[in-house]
Write a protein that binds this ligand. Structure first.
Ligand code: ADP
Length: 223
């Protein structure tokens, strides 16, 4: 399978703190990879680097053949909006926008005409079973519904890579299961996934490969 992302000896220092101590990792197109490990081991830092939210201190990240370190800030922001979808533990929805508008917004940011964005958002809401909640504000949605809005937002611009940081971490077990099913279905239709999780069930059900992290390094490829 073709490589989607290749990290080579990626290090990240924050002052005296080494968040990543030399990570070499390849993610292939269509793969689902889970990263596990104790808090503070560098998992979120890894996601941020791959998302182009932050830059490594040294080492390279090549995404679909493009070295991210060669991109300007503007180009990096464009890369992120078009090729990365992100799902967060606490959803990160905009509270003063209804659910559907949260999702439409990210398409408008890359210049998708409103009508087209609206149609795509509705299609996703229908697929995710939240169409009837489209005009609701995040505050009145359940955790599971919020996360499905978060997933719809992440998928809106048809990302090459879906990143998820503890996507089930703030959900009750039933909503967590629904989100797991959703991630699994997405991967089965070819979506590449990189997720950080403490949830053994999520890792074992949804990941082709589980990587253990400790002290900013990959310590073990579990499977
Ligand atoms: P994890 O996601 O595994 O909990 P993180 O990637 O959040 O780990 O953090 C790894 C290490 O880097 C920790 O010691 C953390 O305190 C530090 N760190 C992460 N982000 C920053 C930052 N923006 N500034 C300073 N230190 C940071």
């Amino acid at each position: 399978m073709e490589h989607l992302v290749q990290l080579t000896d990626v290090r990240k220092e924050y002052g005296d703190t080494t968040a990543l101590a030399g990570v070499t990792l390849d993610i292939r197109q269509g793969e689902a990879v889970a990263v596990m490990g104790p808090s503070g081991s560098g998992k979120s830092t890894l996601l941020n680097m791959v998302a182009g939210l932050d830059r490594p201190t040294s080492g390279t990240i090549v995404f679909q053949g493009e070295d991210l370190s060669t991109l300007s800030e503007t180009a990096l922001a464009k890369f992120r909006r078009r090729r990365i979808g992100m799902v967060f533990q606490f959803f990160n929805l905009l509270d003063d926008l209804p659910a559907l508008e949260n999702v439409i917004l990210v398409a408008q940011l890359i210049g998708t005409p409103r009508k087209q964005a609206q149609a795509r958002a509705m299609e996703l809401f229908e697929e995710l079973g939240i169409a009837d909640r489209r005009n609701a504000y995040p505050a009145v949605l359940s955790g599971g519904e919020r996360q499905r809005v978060g997933v719809a937002r992440a998928l809106m611009n048809r990302p090459s890579l879906l990143l998820a940081d503890e996507p089930t971490g703030a959900l009750d077990s039933r909503s967590g299961e629904q989100v797991m099913d959703l991630l699994q279905d997405l991967n089965q239709i070819g979506q590449t996934l990189l997720m950080v999780t403490h949830d053994e069930k999520l890792a074992s059900r949804c990941a082709d490969r589980v990587i253990e992290f400790a002290d900013g390094r990959v310590t073990e490829a579990v499977r």
